[in-house]
Design a binder for this molecule. Structure first.
Ligand code: AMP
Ligand code: GLY
Length: 426
Protein backbone atom coordinates (compact mmCIF):
# COMPACT_ATOMS: atom_id res chain seq x y z
CA UNK A 1 0.00 0.00 0.00
CA UNK A 2 1.20 3.52 -0.79
CA UNK A 3 0.34 5.95 1.99
CA UNK A 4 0.58 9.73 2.19
CA UNK A 5 0.46 11.21 5.70
CA UNK A 6 -0.44 14.90 5.87
CA UNK A 7 1.28 16.89 8.64
CA UNK A 8 4.61 17.46 10.30
CA UNK A 9 4.10 17.59 14.07
CA UNK A 10 4.80 15.26 16.96
CA UNK A 11 1.52 13.43 16.40
CA UNK A 12 2.45 12.79 12.78
CA UNK A 13 5.94 11.58 13.66
CA UNK A 14 4.38 9.03 16.03
CA UNK A 15 1.91 7.98 13.30
CA UNK A 16 4.66 7.69 10.68
CA UNK A 17 6.89 5.72 13.08
CA UNK A 18 4.02 3.31 13.77
CA UNK A 19 2.88 2.95 10.15
CA UNK A 20 6.44 2.40 8.95
CA UNK A 21 6.46 -0.84 11.00
CA UNK A 22 3.49 -2.27 9.05
CA UNK A 23 4.21 -5.07 6.58
CA UNK A 24 1.33 -3.68 4.50
CA UNK A 25 3.20 -0.49 3.65
CA UNK A 26 5.10 -0.38 0.38
CA UNK A 27 5.86 3.38 0.47
CA UNK A 28 5.19 5.99 3.11
CA UNK A 29 5.28 9.68 2.24
CA UNK A 30 4.81 12.62 4.59
CA UNK A 31 3.85 16.16 3.61
CA UNK A 32 5.68 18.11 4.80
CA UNK A 33 7.11 15.94 7.63
CA UNK A 34 9.99 17.03 9.86
CA UNK A 35 13.60 16.07 10.62
CA UNK A 36 12.51 13.03 12.68
CA UNK A 37 9.99 11.76 10.16
CA UNK A 38 12.63 11.79 7.47
CA UNK A 39 14.17 8.73 9.19
CA UNK A 40 11.01 6.61 8.69
CA UNK A 41 9.31 8.07 5.62
CA UNK A 42 9.94 10.11 2.51
CA UNK A 43 9.20 13.76 3.24
CA UNK A 44 7.77 15.82 0.40
CA UNK A 45 7.83 19.60 0.68
CA UNK A 46 4.09 20.24 0.30
CA UNK A 47 2.13 22.54 2.57
CA UNK A 48 -0.78 20.88 4.42
CA UNK A 49 -2.92 23.77 3.13
CA UNK A 50 -2.04 23.30 -0.55
CA UNK A 51 -4.92 21.04 -1.60
CA UNK A 52 -4.12 21.32 -5.32
CA UNK A 53 -0.50 20.23 -4.88
CA UNK A 54 -1.52 17.36 -2.58
CA UNK A 55 -4.10 16.11 -5.10
CA UNK A 56 -1.52 16.25 -7.86
CA UNK A 57 0.99 14.28 -5.78
CA UNK A 58 -1.65 11.65 -4.92
CA UNK A 59 -2.51 11.26 -8.61
CA UNK A 60 1.09 11.11 -9.82
CA UNK A 61 2.27 8.64 -7.17
CA UNK A 62 -0.83 6.43 -7.23
CA UNK A 63 -1.40 6.83 -3.48
CA UNK A 64 -3.86 4.28 -2.03
CA UNK A 65 -4.56 5.87 1.37
CA UNK A 66 -4.22 9.46 2.57
CA UNK A 67 -4.07 9.93 6.33
CA UNK A 68 -4.77 13.49 7.46
CA UNK A 69 -3.11 14.44 10.77
CA UNK A 70 -3.97 18.05 11.66
CA UNK A 71 -7.31 19.83 11.88
CA UNK A 72 -6.59 22.65 9.41
CA UNK A 73 -6.90 20.61 6.18
CA UNK A 74 -9.86 18.64 7.61
CA UNK A 75 -11.81 21.81 8.31
CA UNK A 76 -10.78 23.16 4.88
CA UNK A 77 -12.29 20.11 3.13
CA UNK A 78 -9.20 18.24 1.86
CA UNK A 79 -10.80 14.85 2.57
CA UNK A 80 -13.84 15.63 0.40
CA UNK A 81 -11.61 16.64 -2.51
CA UNK A 82 -9.58 13.44 -2.22
CA UNK A 83 -12.63 11.19 -1.86
CA UNK A 84 -14.02 12.72 -5.05
CA UNK A 85 -10.88 11.41 -6.77
CA UNK A 86 -11.69 7.91 -5.50
CA UNK A 87 -8.82 7.75 -3.00
CA UNK A 88 -9.29 6.16 0.45
CA UNK A 89 -8.92 8.84 3.13
CA UNK A 90 -8.56 8.63 6.89
CA UNK A 91 -10.25 11.73 8.31
CA UNK A 92 -13.74 13.22 8.51
CA UNK A 93 -15.47 15.22 5.77
CA UNK A 94 -15.49 18.99 6.02
CA UNK A 95 -19.08 18.91 7.30
CA UNK A 96 -18.19 16.41 10.05
CA UNK A 97 -14.93 18.20 10.96
CA UNK A 98 -17.06 21.20 12.00
CA UNK A 99 -17.32 19.36 15.30
CA UNK A 100 -13.85 20.81 15.94
CA UNK A 101 -13.84 23.74 13.51
CA UNK A 102 -16.87 25.46 15.03
CA UNK A 103 -17.51 25.41 18.76
CA UNK A 104 -20.94 26.90 18.05
CA UNK A 105 -21.73 23.88 15.81
CA UNK A 106 -20.37 21.50 18.45
CA UNK A 107 -22.38 23.02 21.30
CA UNK A 108 -25.59 23.06 19.27
CA UNK A 109 -24.99 19.44 18.17
CA UNK A 110 -24.59 18.41 21.82
CA UNK A 111 -27.79 20.26 22.71
CA UNK A 112 -29.75 18.50 19.92
CA UNK A 113 -28.58 15.06 21.08
CA UNK A 114 -28.66 15.58 24.86
CA UNK A 115 -24.89 15.14 25.16
CA UNK A 116 -23.74 16.59 28.50
CA UNK A 117 -21.70 19.79 28.13
CA UNK A 118 -21.36 23.11 29.99
CA UNK A 119 -24.34 25.52 29.71
CA UNK A 120 -23.57 28.22 27.14
CA UNK A 121 -24.62 31.11 24.92
CA UNK A 122 -23.09 32.15 21.60
CA UNK A 123 -22.41 35.75 20.56
CA UNK A 124 -21.32 37.78 17.55
CA UNK A 125 -21.39 41.16 19.36
CA UNK A 126 -19.02 42.03 22.22
CA UNK A 127 -21.58 44.16 24.11
CA UNK A 128 -24.05 41.28 24.25
CA UNK A 129 -21.36 38.85 25.35
CA UNK A 130 -20.33 41.28 28.11
CA UNK A 131 -23.92 41.72 29.31
CA UNK A 132 -24.28 37.92 29.58
CA UNK A 133 -20.95 37.61 31.42
CA UNK A 134 -21.94 40.30 33.92
CA UNK A 135 -25.25 38.54 34.54
CA UNK A 136 -23.57 35.13 34.98
CA UNK A 137 -20.55 36.20 37.06
CA UNK A 138 -17.18 34.42 37.30
CA UNK A 139 -15.51 31.99 36.97
CA UNK A 140 -16.56 31.71 33.33
CA UNK A 141 -15.02 30.40 30.11
CA UNK A 142 -14.70 32.37 26.84
CA UNK A 143 -14.00 30.47 23.62
CA UNK A 144 -13.31 31.63 20.10
CA UNK A 145 -15.60 29.47 17.97
CA UNK A 146 -13.08 28.73 15.22
CA UNK A 147 -9.67 27.03 15.13
CA UNK A 148 -7.02 28.59 17.38
CA UNK A 149 -4.30 25.91 17.77
CA UNK A 150 -5.55 24.88 21.23
CA UNK A 151 -5.27 28.43 22.55
CA UNK A 152 -8.79 29.72 21.90
CA UNK A 153 -10.36 28.80 25.27
CA UNK A 154 -9.76 31.27 28.10
CA UNK A 155 -10.77 30.25 31.61
CA UNK A 156 -11.51 33.51 33.47
CA UNK A 157 -11.51 33.72 37.26
CA UNK A 158 -13.01 37.24 37.37
CA UNK A 159 -15.50 39.25 35.32
CA UNK A 160 -12.70 41.72 34.52
CA UNK A 161 -10.61 38.87 33.00
CA UNK A 162 -13.64 37.78 30.97
CA UNK A 163 -14.14 41.35 29.69
CA UNK A 164 -10.49 41.37 28.67
CA UNK A 165 -10.86 37.99 26.92
CA UNK A 166 -13.84 39.33 24.94
CA UNK A 167 -11.77 42.38 23.97
CA UNK A 168 -8.83 40.24 22.84
CA UNK A 169 -10.93 37.78 20.84
CA UNK A 170 -13.70 39.98 19.39
CA UNK A 171 -12.18 43.48 19.24
CA UNK A 172 -8.41 42.91 18.86
CA UNK A 173 -9.12 39.72 16.88
CA UNK A 174 -6.28 37.77 18.49
CA UNK A 175 -7.40 34.62 16.64
CA UNK A 176 -8.61 36.40 13.48
CA UNK A 177 -11.91 35.23 12.00
CA UNK A 178 -11.96 32.31 14.50
CA UNK A 179 -13.23 34.92 16.99
CA UNK A 180 -16.10 36.28 14.89
CA UNK A 181 -18.36 34.13 17.05
CA UNK A 182 -17.67 33.29 20.67
CA UNK A 183 -19.07 30.74 23.04
CA UNK A 184 -19.41 31.84 26.67
CA UNK A 185 -19.88 28.83 28.93
CA UNK A 186 -20.01 27.91 32.57
CA UNK A 187 -16.76 26.88 34.20
CA UNK A 188 -16.55 23.18 35.04
CA UNK A 189 -14.41 21.56 37.70
CA UNK A 190 -12.93 18.10 37.86
CA UNK A 191 -10.27 16.01 36.16
CA UNK A 192 -9.78 16.06 32.39
CA UNK A 193 -9.71 12.91 30.29
CA UNK A 194 -8.94 12.53 26.58
CA UNK A 195 -11.19 9.83 25.13
CA UNK A 196 -10.33 8.91 21.55
CA UNK A 197 -12.14 6.43 19.33
CA UNK A 198 -11.81 5.24 15.77
CA UNK A 199 -15.07 5.68 13.89
CA UNK A 200 -16.08 4.44 10.43
CA UNK A 201 -19.34 6.37 10.11
CA UNK A 202 -21.21 3.97 12.35
CA UNK A 203 -18.94 1.62 14.29
CA UNK A 204 -16.93 3.02 17.24
CA UNK A 205 -13.70 1.44 18.48
CA UNK A 206 -12.36 3.20 21.58
CA UNK A 207 -8.62 3.66 22.05
CA UNK A 208 -6.88 3.42 25.42
CA UNK A 209 -7.53 6.32 27.77
CA UNK A 210 -5.05 9.16 28.04
CA UNK A 211 -4.61 12.51 29.72
CA UNK A 212 -2.67 15.56 28.67
CA UNK A 213 -1.38 18.67 30.39
CA UNK A 214 -2.52 21.76 28.50
CA UNK A 215 -1.22 24.54 30.75
CA UNK A 216 2.29 25.84 30.12
CA UNK A 217 3.40 25.82 33.77
CA UNK A 218 4.04 23.20 36.44
CA UNK A 219 0.98 22.41 38.56
CA UNK A 220 -1.19 23.04 35.46
CA UNK A 221 -0.83 26.80 35.85
CA UNK A 222 -0.53 29.50 33.22
CA UNK A 223 -1.76 29.88 29.65
CA UNK A 224 -3.17 26.96 27.67
CA UNK A 225 -0.96 25.47 24.98
CA UNK A 226 -1.51 22.72 22.39
CA UNK A 227 -0.29 20.33 25.13
CA UNK A 228 2.91 20.09 27.22
CA UNK A 229 2.84 16.35 27.88
CA UNK A 230 0.56 13.32 28.09
CA UNK A 231 0.35 9.75 29.32
CA UNK A 232 -1.67 6.60 28.76
CA UNK A 233 -3.50 4.79 30.26
CA UNK A 234 -5.52 7.31 32.26
CA UNK A 235 -5.98 5.84 35.75
CA UNK A 236 -9.30 7.71 36.04
CA UNK A 237 -10.81 5.71 33.14
CA UNK A 238 -12.30 2.59 34.73
CA UNK A 239 -14.21 0.07 32.57
CA UNK A 240 -17.48 1.39 34.08
CA UNK A 241 -16.60 4.99 33.18
CA UNK A 242 -15.61 3.87 29.68
CA UNK A 243 -19.04 2.29 29.18
CA UNK A 244 -20.75 5.46 30.38
CA UNK A 245 -18.69 7.64 28.03
CA UNK A 246 -19.69 5.35 25.16
CA UNK A 247 -23.38 5.46 26.14
CA UNK A 248 -23.66 9.15 27.07
CA UNK A 249 -21.23 10.75 24.62
CA UNK A 250 -19.75 8.65 21.82
CA UNK A 251 -22.78 6.70 20.58
CA UNK A 252 -25.16 9.69 20.69
CA UNK A 253 -22.74 11.92 18.79
CA UNK A 254 -21.83 9.35 16.13
CA UNK A 255 -25.46 8.29 15.63
CA UNK A 256 -26.60 11.92 15.69
CA UNK A 257 -24.10 12.97 13.03
CA UNK A 258 -25.02 10.04 10.79
CA UNK A 259 -28.73 10.84 11.18
CA UNK A 260 -28.11 14.50 10.30
CA UNK A 261 -26.35 13.54 7.08
CA UNK A 262 -22.66 13.93 7.92
CA UNK A 263 -21.43 10.57 9.22
CA UNK A 264 -18.14 10.78 11.11
CA UNK A 265 -15.17 8.86 9.72
CA UNK A 266 -11.77 9.10 11.33
CA UNK A 267 -10.67 9.50 14.90
CA UNK A 268 -13.03 11.34 17.20
CA UNK A 269 -11.43 12.84 20.27
CA UNK A 270 -13.69 13.86 23.15
CA UNK A 271 -12.09 16.18 25.71
CA UNK A 272 -14.03 15.34 28.87
CA UNK A 273 -14.29 16.77 32.36
CA UNK A 274 -14.97 14.14 35.02
CA UNK A 275 -16.31 15.37 38.35
CA UNK A 276 -17.50 12.60 40.65
CA UNK A 277 -20.14 10.77 38.63
CA UNK A 278 -20.60 13.66 36.17
CA UNK A 279 -19.23 13.46 32.63
CA UNK A 280 -19.18 16.69 30.60
CA UNK A 281 -17.77 17.30 27.12
CA UNK A 282 -15.34 20.24 26.97
CA UNK A 283 -14.59 19.86 23.28
CA UNK A 284 -14.46 17.47 20.38
CA UNK A 285 -11.46 17.22 18.09
CA UNK A 286 -11.65 15.73 14.63
CA UNK A 287 -8.14 14.23 14.77
CA UNK A 288 -5.65 12.45 16.99
CA UNK A 289 -4.50 14.44 20.03
CA UNK A 290 -1.06 15.96 20.11
CA UNK A 291 0.76 14.88 22.32
CA UNK A 292 -1.67 12.09 23.37
CA UNK A 293 -0.88 10.14 20.18
CA UNK A 294 2.77 9.76 21.14
CA UNK A 295 2.14 7.64 24.29
CA UNK A 296 -0.91 5.97 22.73
CA UNK A 297 0.97 4.66 19.72
CA UNK A 298 3.96 3.55 21.82
CA UNK A 299 1.48 1.31 23.63
CA UNK A 300 -0.38 0.06 20.55
CA UNK A 301 0.77 -3.44 19.59
CA UNK A 302 -1.69 -3.90 16.72
CA UNK A 303 -0.84 -2.73 13.24
CA UNK A 304 -2.24 0.81 12.83
CA UNK A 305 -2.61 0.63 9.04
CA UNK A 306 -5.55 -1.85 8.84
CA UNK A 307 -7.37 0.21 11.48
CA UNK A 308 -6.99 3.45 9.52
CA UNK A 309 -7.95 1.64 6.31
CA UNK A 310 -11.09 0.24 7.99
CA UNK A 311 -12.16 3.73 9.16
CA UNK A 312 -11.72 5.04 5.64
CA UNK A 313 -13.73 2.19 4.13
CA UNK A 314 -16.48 1.56 6.67
CA UNK A 315 -15.20 -1.85 7.76
CA UNK A 316 -14.27 -1.32 11.41
CA UNK A 317 -16.82 -3.82 12.73
CA UNK A 318 -15.20 -6.72 14.60
CA UNK A 319 -11.74 -5.13 14.73
CA UNK A 320 -9.85 -4.98 18.01
CA UNK A 321 -6.73 -3.31 19.31
CA UNK A 322 -4.04 -4.97 21.39
CA UNK A 323 -2.32 -2.67 23.90
CA UNK A 324 0.94 -2.97 25.80
CA UNK A 325 -0.28 -2.93 29.43
CA UNK A 326 2.70 -0.78 30.45
CA UNK A 327 2.12 2.98 30.74
CA UNK A 328 3.76 5.44 28.36
CA UNK A 329 4.46 9.09 29.08
CA UNK A 330 5.46 11.96 26.78
CA UNK A 331 7.21 15.18 27.84
CA UNK A 332 7.09 18.02 25.31
CA UNK A 333 10.25 20.07 24.98
CA UNK A 334 9.30 23.50 23.64
CA UNK A 335 10.92 26.74 22.57
CA UNK A 336 11.08 29.24 25.44
CA UNK A 337 8.23 31.75 25.04
CA UNK A 338 5.74 29.24 23.63
CA UNK A 339 2.69 29.57 23.47
CA UNK A 340 3.67 33.22 22.83
CA UNK A 341 6.42 34.32 20.42
CA UNK A 342 9.59 32.18 20.34
CA UNK A 343 12.85 31.82 18.43
CA UNK A 344 13.57 29.11 15.82
CA UNK A 345 16.68 27.85 14.05
CA UNK A 346 18.45 26.80 17.29
CA UNK A 347 20.72 23.75 16.92
CA UNK A 348 19.55 20.80 19.08
CA UNK A 349 22.17 18.70 20.89
CA UNK A 350 21.99 15.34 22.63
CA UNK A 351 19.64 13.50 20.23
CA UNK A 352 21.95 10.78 18.95
CA UNK A 353 22.50 8.66 22.11
CA UNK A 354 18.77 7.95 22.37
CA UNK A 355 18.19 6.73 18.84
CA UNK A 356 17.28 3.03 18.82
CA UNK A 357 16.39 2.77 22.53
CA UNK A 358 13.62 0.11 22.75
CA UNK A 359 11.44 1.89 25.32
CA UNK A 360 12.12 5.51 24.48
CA UNK A 361 11.28 7.47 21.36
CA UNK A 362 12.16 11.02 20.44
CA UNK A 363 9.16 12.16 18.45
CA UNK A 364 10.04 15.31 16.55
CA UNK A 365 7.56 18.17 16.15
CA UNK A 366 9.03 21.52 15.08
CA UNK A 367 12.44 20.39 13.78
CA UNK A 368 14.25 20.55 10.47
CA UNK A 369 17.63 19.77 8.98
CA UNK A 370 19.85 22.79 8.38
CA UNK A 371 23.51 22.65 7.35
CA UNK A 372 23.86 19.04 8.48
CA UNK A 373 22.26 19.47 11.88
CA UNK A 374 18.79 19.31 13.40
CA UNK A 375 17.49 22.75 14.41
CA UNK A 376 14.29 23.97 16.06
CA UNK A 377 11.50 25.05 13.71
CA UNK A 378 8.40 25.49 15.88
CA UNK A 379 6.96 26.04 19.36
CA UNK A 380 6.70 22.41 20.37
CA UNK A 381 9.99 20.86 19.27
CA UNK A 382 10.30 17.30 20.67
CA UNK A 383 8.00 14.81 22.44
CA UNK A 384 10.23 12.55 24.49
CA UNK A 385 8.13 9.42 25.09
CA UNK A 386 8.96 6.48 27.35
CA UNK A 387 7.38 3.12 28.21
CA UNK A 388 7.97 1.52 31.62
CA UNK A 389 6.27 -0.66 34.24
CA UNK A 390 4.73 2.27 36.11
CA UNK A 391 3.90 5.88 35.24
CA UNK A 392 6.55 6.95 37.77
CA UNK A 393 9.19 4.83 36.02
CA UNK A 394 8.09 6.08 32.58
CA UNK A 395 8.37 9.63 33.91
CA UNK A 396 11.91 8.98 35.16
CA UNK A 397 12.95 7.38 31.90
CA UNK A 398 11.54 10.27 29.84
CA UNK A 399 13.14 12.98 32.00
CA UNK A 400 16.53 11.23 31.93
CA UNK A 401 16.50 11.80 28.17
CA UNK A 402 14.95 15.27 28.40
CA UNK A 403 17.71 16.45 30.77
CA UNK A 404 20.41 15.37 28.31
CA UNK A 405 18.90 17.05 25.24
CA UNK A 406 18.74 20.77 24.72
CA UNK A 407 19.13 23.96 22.74
CA UNK A 408 19.34 27.64 23.53
CA UNK A 409 16.09 28.66 25.23
CA UNK A 410 14.64 25.15 25.76
CA UNK A 411 11.69 24.85 28.16
CA UNK A 412 9.67 21.90 29.50
CA UNK A 413 7.39 21.13 32.40
CA UNK A 414 8.92 19.07 35.20
CA UNK A 415 5.78 17.39 36.51
CA UNK A 416 4.15 15.57 33.58
CA UNK A 417 2.06 12.69 34.94
CA UNK A 418 1.88 13.92 38.53
CA UNK A 419 -1.81 13.10 38.95
CA UNK A 420 -1.41 9.53 37.70
CA UNK A 421 1.68 9.07 39.87
CA UNK A 422 -0.24 10.26 42.92
CA UNK A 423 -2.89 7.63 42.16
CA UNK A 424 -0.18 4.96 41.75
CA UNK A 425 0.90 5.89 45.27
CA UNK A 426 4.56 5.52 44.37
P1 AMP B 1 -11.17 23.51 24.58
O1 AMP B 1 -10.34 24.12 23.51
O2 AMP B 1 -12.61 23.81 24.51
O3 AMP B 1 -10.89 22.09 24.85
O4 AMP B 1 -10.56 24.10 25.92
C1 AMP B 1 -9.20 23.97 26.22
C2 AMP B 1 -9.03 23.75 27.70
O5 AMP B 1 -9.67 24.80 28.43
C3 AMP B 1 -9.67 22.47 28.23
O6 AMP B 1 -8.86 21.35 28.05
C4 AMP B 1 -9.85 22.85 29.70
O7 AMP B 1 -8.63 22.74 30.39
C5 AMP B 1 -10.23 24.29 29.63
N1 AMP B 1 -11.70 24.42 29.54
C6 AMP B 1 -12.45 24.48 28.42
N2 AMP B 1 -13.75 24.60 28.71
C7 AMP B 1 -13.86 24.63 30.05
C8 AMP B 1 -14.94 24.74 30.96
N3 AMP B 1 -16.20 24.87 30.54
N4 AMP B 1 -14.67 24.70 32.27
C9 AMP B 1 -13.39 24.61 32.72
N5 AMP B 1 -12.32 24.51 31.92
C10 AMP B 1 -12.54 24.52 30.59
N1 GLY C 1 -3.59 17.72 23.35
C1 GLY C 1 -4.73 18.43 23.02
C2 GLY C 1 -5.11 18.37 21.62
O1 GLY C 1 -4.57 17.64 20.83
O2 GLY C 1 -6.02 19.10 21.25
Amino acid sequence: MKILLIGGGGREHAMAWKMAQSPLVQSLYCAPGNAGMAAVARCVPLSVDDGAAIRQFVREQGIDLVVVGPEGPLVAGLTDQLRQMGVAVFGPSQAAAAIEGSKVFMKDLCARHAIPTASYQTFTQPEQARAYIHAQGAPIVIKASGLAAGKGAIVCQTVAEADEAIRQIMVDRLFGAAGDQVVVESCLRGEELSFLALVDGEEILPLAGCQDHKAVGDGDRGANTGGMGAYSPAPILTPALQERVMAEVMRPVVQGMAAEGYPYRGVLYAGLMIDGDQIQVLEFNARFGDPETQPLLMRMRSDLVPLLWACANGSLRGMQIDWDPRPALCVCMVAGGYPGPYATGKPIHGLQPWVGHPDLQLFHAGTRWQDGQVVTAGGRVLGVTALADTVAAAQQRAYAAVESIGWEGVYFRRDIGYRAIKREGV
